[in-house]
Design a binder for this molecule. Structure first.
Ligand code: AMP
Length: 192
């Protein structure tokens, strides 16, 4: 099963992706988690990444395209994957879609987590206190949400048109367990 999750930061898509990946035994590809893992390396790339990520801005398309294609070509993804946090820009989207074409890979589902942005702000603030994530403070929340609206939202809309029959909107203001049930039901029933 090959799935793409869209949704603003704080929409809970990461939590859902983890649960679904475990249940269906597919790889959870969170580009945010992969990049946070690289921060620990302490090399010059990690310093650059820290600067970009802690400001709420996006890391270069080139690096992200490289990270994701490496993962998708690896054994980890033979049973399928959930992409969580990619593609995030039109450039990443163009690159990703031509990669899929070239490899004759078909996506099975696209889920778009919809949520009121004021609720997102509340959630991100709460998470930043819980997890002590340096990229989640008041000052950069606006940048992250603006980035989502300007760069990623148009990509999610494009996927909605391109993958019409495979595209599902999720009401992300619901409880975690309710969203989980809705996702599983769709994944088991398949069609719209
Ligand atoms: P996330 O955990 O998905 O919110 O990602 C945390 C941070 O990692 C983002 O604010 C970006 O700085 C960076 N990041 C994650 N995924 C991408 C992507 N696909 N393109 C560019 N930057 C990304």
């Amino acid at each position: 099963m090959k799935i793409v999750f869209f949704g603003p930061p704080g929409s809970g898509k990461g939590t859902q992706a983890k649960l679904i990946a475990a249940q269906f035994k597919i790889e959870h590809l969170s580009t945010g988690d992969i990049l946070r893992g690289k921060l620990k390396d302490g090399d010059s790339l990690s310093k650059k990444l820290k600067e970009i990520m802690s400001s709420g801005n996006l890391v270069s398309d080139k690096l992200l395209n490289q990270i994701v294609t490496e993962k998708l070509n690896s054994k980890e993804c033979v049973n399928g994957f959930i992409l969580d946090g990619y593609p995030r820009t039109t450039h990443q989207s163009d690159f990703f879609l031509s990669f899929l074409d070239q490899k004759k890979i078909q996506l099975n589902y696209v889920f778009d987590f919809k949520i009121d942005l004021s609720l997102v702000k509340e959630r991100i603030l709460f998470r930043s206190q819980q997890e002590k994530r340096s990229d989640d403070n008041l000052l950069i929340i606006k940048t992250r949400i603006d980035k989502y609206m300007n760069d990623t939202y148009p990509v999610s809309e494009y996927f909605g048109v391109k993958f019409k029959k495979k595209y599902f909107k999720i009401d992300a203001s619901q409880e975690i367990s309710k969203i989980q049930k809705e996702l599983i039901k769709t994944l088991k029933n398949g069609k719209k």
